[in-house]
Write a protein that binds this ligand. Structure first.
Ligand code: 0A1
Ligand code: ZN
Length: 856
């Protein structure tokens, strides 16, 4: 195995040098791009220590200190650093490097793909462009001059404001950009290409006009409108909610087809995966529209939470990510149904983040040890990080939370700070002691709450006792009791009790007493998922029924239904013959008859996912879990067939609208379809929906239903879908994914064949994720097939991706390293493939870190 050593939070030291200005001249060329970097550098404090700059995957051409060109003996160069000793207090350092953007398939640093030059510098990509102190606490003012061929690259973009442009000889031209805000190098960006441009503007609350520019591939202008509208909504929301105004004169967004992540908040020049920009009525689903708006908002909100105030070091990543996810979730909740939005957030935490916390890569939201930083853009840092911010919001209340945010900016605008600084601002602004709460930042794992209760009819008192447990995590960390906010609603079947509130669990065991309780209530616990924890309370079916109908909070009503389903799925895993009670169907009939909005009803009808159940059951047999879910689903479908048909038919319409009601109608209709697909007549129903569909939500639901139920029409609809959408990259990604989700024993053969499909390319992260990722993450049945063919398929693809794009490989290995969730047989089979991967002689740092943790 290759040697790479980890870094530790406890070793943080302030830099020996600061770099205050950076002047870049970048002469773009496919294989020999030349970067000239002129920096103003000075010592921090008085010392004689050498300057060690980060740099990798490039060729050093020259080094100059002030006017003196250094000879090779005056510096030390190795694979990842350049060290210069005997430096004055202050000097100009000029470094020239040469890089090969076409060869850069890792998509980190400067790369060229699909005729576009593009950079990705977070977390540590800038060191692939020039030698630098590549750490977020070194903040400089950047001026960037880009030179390229004018015909192929009419647009040359970088951060900040455009200050100069002109023509050069040989059909070359240049543009110079200046960003007045000091920033860490991870926020540097450059894009060069030929695009269609959507222009607009936004007038800030203080009256400044900001130019908005959205760059998309030629021909895609009509699909960029929604992104622009979303941007303007985000700008307004941040002013209204947090009093935060945009600061530059221009805000640019570029959509690219080759991108490792969702999007990147580079100052004034966001780079987006085109998946989160392009959307039109025919080719995008309702979820796509929602996600575009959410990601646009997320990146925009980073301008304050991330860019104006940034991270001191990468261990603090959740400082910007947890907070920004919380902000984008609040924004989405304000733009749409807040309950349905919250349900979507919670499902991700319960299904995926809990699994991460239970697996070999368990880490606190502020990790303490990192080998490859790219491995820490995790559900824990992002989603659990957001839950931690949300708990502060719950504990402090909206006004005090906003006062905390205000104080945070007053104290730290322009600085690189820590999570402790954030909590201190929250605590000081609200006069609240958050010292115990802070363990949420340093403690990994999902806490478990055991709740018991007692009702005393004589004294009319009701007692709730809550015990905290902190299961051991893979990192073997010592655990502390946490400050856990628990929303409680006491519900009675006659619905006349109005008690509850926010409980603060801080000790191992605590009891709360409620007075004047005249009938035994059912406790609705953890309302709105007030803390990212697992909850154990012995509800019986009747209790859950009471909550499903009577809980005043919609979230609690949904959650009670989920608990009811989960209870039966657990039992069915061990006993597939279990007789299911009619009450389940009756409860759902009530849901269908209720006057709640259809988007919410749809959520109430969806069963907990395979991943969510796997996170809730120890050492599960995946086949038995898949079967258990489908038994319950079939039972519901059979019992409620006529209701599902009636609801389905009532929601079929020839008109297409995109308002909330129409979106809710489609969601409910497609949940009905999902149930009806298990019964006679499914093939005709699905085929009919496919043929009639006038929007992607319905069309995709039809082919997905055909795939998941292996319907006779599957091949035909897939051929027709591909014929209709060939050449549309984003839609074809969906097609590849649906192929990978086919619930048929030949699926591995099918996807192996698709690796040579003319539109498949493993170099494109979206494509790789669409085919390989969809299989490993979503085809639970055949990925976990007993013959290990699913695991072997993933092994083979990871072997290739390890060399092409380690970041993508490292994400796709997730379902394999989480083997502990499954029974021993499956664990062994999964480990065989992990062992084989660990033998690769070119193993990337990204995979090495995960394999080491998984196999230790
Ligand atoms: N900061 C971005 C996410 C991001 C992180 C790393 C990247 O490359 C390794 C790219 C994007 C965000 O939170 O949106
Ligand atoms: Zn982010």
């Amino acid at each position: 195995m290759t040697e790479f050593s980890p870094r530790y939070l406890k070793d943080y030291q302030v830099p020996d040098y600061k770099i205050t200005t950076v002047n870049l001249t970048i002469e773009l060329d496919d294989t020999k791009t030349v970067v000239t970097n002129v920096m103003e550098v000075s010592k921090v404090g008085v010392h004689q220590r050498a300057l060690t700059l980060d740099g990798e995957h490039m060729q050093l051409m020259s080094v100059m200190v002030n006017k003196d060109k250094l000879t090779a003996s005056q510096y030390q160069l190795n694979e990842s650093t350049l060290t210069i000793a005997d430096l004055p207090e202050q000097f100009t350092l000029t470094i020239t490097t040469q890089i090969n953007p076409v060869a850069n398939t890792a998509l980190e640093g400067l790369y060229k793909s699909a005729d576009v030059y593009c950079t990705q510098c977070e977390a540590e990509g800038f060191r692939r462009i020039t030698y630098f102190l590549d750490r977020p606490d070194v903040m400089a003012v950047y001026t960037t001059k880009i030179i390229a061929d004018k015909t192929s690259f009419p647009f040359l973009l970088a951060n900040g404001n455009k200050v100069e442009q002109g023509d050069l000889s040989n059909n070359m031209h240049f543009v110079t950009w200046h960003d007045p805000f000091p920033k860490p190098c991870y926020l540097f960006a450059l894009v060069a290409g030929d695009f269609d441009l959507l222009e607009d503007s936004f007038t800030t609350k203080s009256g400044r006009v900001v130019k908005l520019e959205l760059f998309v591939d030629k021909g895609n202008l009509s699909r960029s409108e929604h992104a622009m509208v979303s941007l303007k909504k985000s700008m307004l929301w941040d002013e209204q909610q947090f009093n935060l105004e945009y600061d530059l004169d221009i805000y640019m967004i570029v959509a690219v087809d080759f991108f490792n992540m969702g999007a990147m908040e580079n100052k004034g020049l966001n780079v987006f995966n085109s998946k989160f920009v392009l959307a039109d009525d025919l080719s995008a689903t309702d979820d796509d529209f929602f996600n575009v708006e959410a990601v646009i908002a997320h990146e925009y909100f980073h301008n304050w939470t991330g860019n104006r105030v940034t991270c001191r070091d990468w261990f603090q990543l959740s400082l910007k990510e947890g907070l920004t996810v919380f902000r984008d979730q609040q924004f989405s909740a304000d733009m749409h149904s807040s309950t349905v939005t919250r349900i979507k957030n919670v499902k991700i935490v319960r299904a995926q983040q809990f699994a991460e916390d239970a697996g070999p890569m368990a880490h606190p939201i502020r990790p303490e040890k990192v080998m490859e930083m790219n491995n820490f853009y995790t559900l824990t840092v992002y989603e659990k990080g957001s839950e931690v911010i949300r708990m502060m919001h719950t504990i402090l209340g909206d006004d005090a939370f906003k006062a905390g945010i205000k104080l945070y900016f007053e104290r730290h605008d322009g600085q690189a700070v820590t999570c402790d600084d954030f909590v201190a601002a929250m605590s000081d602004a609200s006069n609240t002691d958050l010292s115990q709460f802070k363990y949420w930042y340093s403690q990994s794992g999902t806490p478990e709450l055991s709740v018991s209760d007692e009702y005393d009819a004589k004294s009319n008192t009701y007692q709730l006792t809550i015990e905290q447990n902190h299961p051991e995590t893979h990192d073997k960390q010592e655990k502390h009791n946490l400050h856990i906010p628990i929303n409680v609603e006491l519900i009675t079947s006659d619905n006349n009790l109005n008690q509850g509130g926010l409980l603060h669990s801080k000790q191992k065991t605590q009891t709360w007493t409620f007075e004047n309780v005249f009938t035994k209530p059912v406790p609705a616990l953890l309302g709105n998922f007030s803390a990212p924890v697992k909850l154990n309370y012995q509800y019986n079916d009747q209790d859950l029924n009471v909550l499903m109908v009577n809980a005043s909070d919609e979230f609690n009503r949904w959650d009670a239904g989920q608990k009811l389903f989960a209870g039966y799925i657990k039992q069915l895993v061990n006993n597939a013959e279990l007789e299911l009670p009619m009450q389940i169907a009756e409860a759902l009939a009530q849901v269908l008859n209720s006057d709640a909005d259809n988007a919410f009803k749809a959520e109430q009808l969806v069963l907990p996912s395979f991943d969510e159940m796997a996170a809730a059951i120890d050492e599960v047999n995946p086949g038995a879990l898949v079967r258990a879910i489908s038994i319950l689903k079939r039972f519901i479908a059979e019992q409620l067939q006529s209701k599902f048909i009636a609801t389905y038919q009532s929601l079929c319409t020839n008109e297409f609208a995109k308002d909330g009601a129409a979106i809710g109608n489609r969601a409910l209709k497609n949940v009905c379809l999902d149930y009806l697909a298990l019964l006679d007549g499914a093939n005709e129903l699905v085929l009919n929906q496919f043929n009639q569909a006038n929007n992607m939500t319905d069309q995709l639901a039809a082919i997905k239903t055909a795939a998941l139920n292996d319907l006779i029409c599957f091949e035909d609809v897939m051929v027709e879908f591909a014929r209709q959408w060939q050449g549309n990259t984003l839609v074809m990604d969906k097609w590849f994914s649906i192929n990978a989700m086919h619930n048929n024993e030949n699926v591995v053969q099918r996807i192996t064949g698709l690796l040579t499909h003319p539109e498949f390319s493993i170099d494109n992260p979206n494509r790789a994720r669409a085919l390989i990722g969809a299989f490993a993450f979503y085809n639970s049945h055949y990925f976990h097939n007993k013959d290990a063919s699913g695991y072997k398929f993933l092994f083979e693809q990871l072997t290739k991706l390890n060399a092409i794009n380690p970041q993508v490989a490292s994400r796709l290995i997730t379902p394999l390293i989480q083997f502990k969730s499954f029974d021993n047989n499956h664990q062994q089979l999964m480990k065989v493939e992990l062992e084989k991967l660990s033998q690769l002689d070119n193993l990337s740092r990204d995979l090495l870190e995960k394999l080491t943790a998984a196999l230790q």
